[in-house]
Design a protein around this ligand. Sequence first.
Ligand SMILES: *[C@@H]1O[C@H](CO)[C@@H](O)[C@H](O)[C@H]1NC(C)=O
Ligand SMILES: *[C@@H]1O[C@H](CO)[C@@H](O)[C@H](O)[C@H]1NC(C)=O
Ligand SMILES: *[C@@H]1O[C@H](CO)[C@@H](O)[C@H](O)[C@H]1NC(C)=O
Ligand SMILES: *[C@@H]1O[C@H](CO)[C@@H](O)[C@H](O)[C@H]1NC(C)=O
Ligand SMILES: *[C@@H]1O[C@H](CO)[C@@H](O)[C@H](O)[C@H]1NC(C)=O
Ligand SMILES: *[C@@H]1O[C@H](CO)[C@@H](O)[C@H](O)[C@H]1NC(C)=O
Ligand SMILES: *[C@@H]1O[C@H](CO)[C@@H](O)[C@H](O)[C@H]1NC(C)=O
Length: 474
Amino acid sequence: MASLVKKTKKPALQPLSFHSHPTMPPPPQTTLSTVLHLVLFLLLSSTTTAISTSQDTSDLEQDCTNKWIHIRDLPPQFNLDLLKNCSEYPLFDNFCSYLSNHGLGQKTYNDSHSWYRTDPFMLELIFHRRMLEYPCLTSDPNLANAIYLPYYAGLDSLKYLFGPAVNSSFLHGLDLFHYLAHQDSESIWHKNFGHDHFLVMARPAWDFCQPLSNDPPIFGTSLLELPEFYNVTMLTFEARAFPWQEIAIPYPTSFHPSNLALFEAWINRLRRTRRSTLMLFAAGGGISANPNVRRSIRLECDNSTNVSLNGSITMKYAKLCEFVDCSNGICEHDPIRFMKPMLQASFCLQPPGDTPTRRSTFDGILAGCIPVFFEELSAKKQYKWHLPEEKYEEFSVFIPKEEVVFKGLKILDVLMSIPRAEVRRMREKVLEMIPRVMYRKHGSSLGLRSKKDAFDIAIDGTLQRIKSRLEDSA
Ligand SMILES: *[C@@H]1O[C@H](CO)[C@@H](O)[C@H](O)[C@H]1NC(C)=O
Ligand SMILES: *[C@@H]1O[C@H](CO)[C@@H](O)[C@H](O)[C@H]1NC(C)=O
Ligand SMILES: *[C@@H]1O[C@H](CO)[C@@H](O)[C@H](O)[C@H]1NC(C)=O
Ligand SMILES: *[C@@H]1O[C@H](CO)[C@@H](O)[C@H](O)[C@H]1NC(C)=O
Ligand SMILES: *[C@@H]1O[C@H](CO)[C@@H](O)[C@H](O)[C@H]1NC(C)=O
Ligand SMILES: *[C@@H]1O[C@H](CO)[C@@H](O)[C@H](O)[C@H]1NC(C)=O
Ligand SMILES: *[C@@H]1O[C@H](CO)[C@@H](O)[C@H](O)[C@H]1NC(C)=O
């Protein structure tokens, strides 16, 4: 989990000039006012339940049958208070500046349209904001097919992971359960024993599944180990190998277009861009002494200038392998560092690190870079709603990590042997996947809303899952 833990101060900001802008200083930091603005917005909108998009949604001919969702009204300790505390975790970055634009973060530069310095941990906030404009909200829980808990589970875990409550991490979530099961006068929980409830946890499930018997605790809380929450559907970045209540959904990237023209301009740019690098690996850290797939990749990449080249390959690629050094978290809020090189690469290597999944998988897809996976838990066994299992052969390459680490299989040999026409076909499939894995901006135009994005697909999947759970338990 170390790769997801903020170890550094905020990186130096650099303008992301995807529209050939001159260098420009970053926008000013708007910490406290951002938080207050956001808190006010959420408070106002939670009393009126939804943000009115009625004149737009009638055009979309929404049929809300079996799609009604009720947003639970939770006390602020479960969401807004956690945002106000954004500078209070000694071992974690101050995350106040990541809250701007309802969790998308600051724009990469003042007049960028679609690019933000998005921190993936803010997905709980991004999701909440998108729920407020979901077209089939109901204020009556009895009419709802699913109940959304606007609980910022990952942010609430910080005090257990990095804060003063480190030795009581088994308590994570119990306040919420107590509220739902005992304090809520409407008894919404008891109608279906929580089977119709869902929430977002913007961290890998590993951070929440420490056995309750670990005393003193090792890293992580025990939220997923609590029987109190077994019935609740949890949306997370990475599910366990044998998941029960959690389902993996994509990490948010930095691309959040707000209308169809911006989206299509990006796709067209991806079609036109010259891919002069065969394969790319963006990651932090040096070369470890122990054999593992990241080490093998680094060695092969460093060595790739020595590979004797075949005529056709040489003509197409100026570089066989590029390593983008993201050490010390310098890439985390600075998407230009990796997006530019990814735009120029045909294949992006997505090996497991401390955990099998990476945000980079989605950055790469957004860049039209064909993902190369080394184990199935990295994506195929995770994102079944968003990236259908039967499509993997069409849009990605799979090279078992054991072959690379222990049997000397060269990644370059595998990738160079793929015919160019096949590479083009795969890239087209990657482009087809883009809407499914991106989180468009809240308040997007009608045209863009007609394409299902990562949020829409997560909601569809959740409604389906809850429907079948209710049928099973009936
Ligand atoms: C960026 O926007 C902020 C606020 O909107 C403004 O104060 C600042 O001067 C702008 N910076 C540039 C370089 O235009
Ligand atoms: C967060 O806010 C609450 C209430 O405002 C406070 O009690 C708590 O100590 C704060 N800090 C942390 C690290 O949770
Ligand atoms: C947590 O427990 C460990 C071991 O029992 C102890 O050394 C440490 O001081 C405790 N930390 C806090 C914040 O109470
Ligand atoms: C979960 O659902 C089962 C029935 O399917 C029920 O017996 C159990 O009490 C529920 N758990 C909680 C914590 O409500
Ligand atoms: C490095 O390159 C040489 C010459 O092409 C090759 O024989 C060797 O296997 C390569 N080593 C690695 C680790 O890729
Ligand atoms: C690659 O070749 C250069 C010079 O030809 C040599 O100095 C270097 O050690 C080689 N790298 C590897 C990893 O073999
Ligand atoms: C080079 O190209 C020839 C024919 O195009 C092919 O048979 C051979 O396997 C290629 N060698 C490498 C190292 O890719």
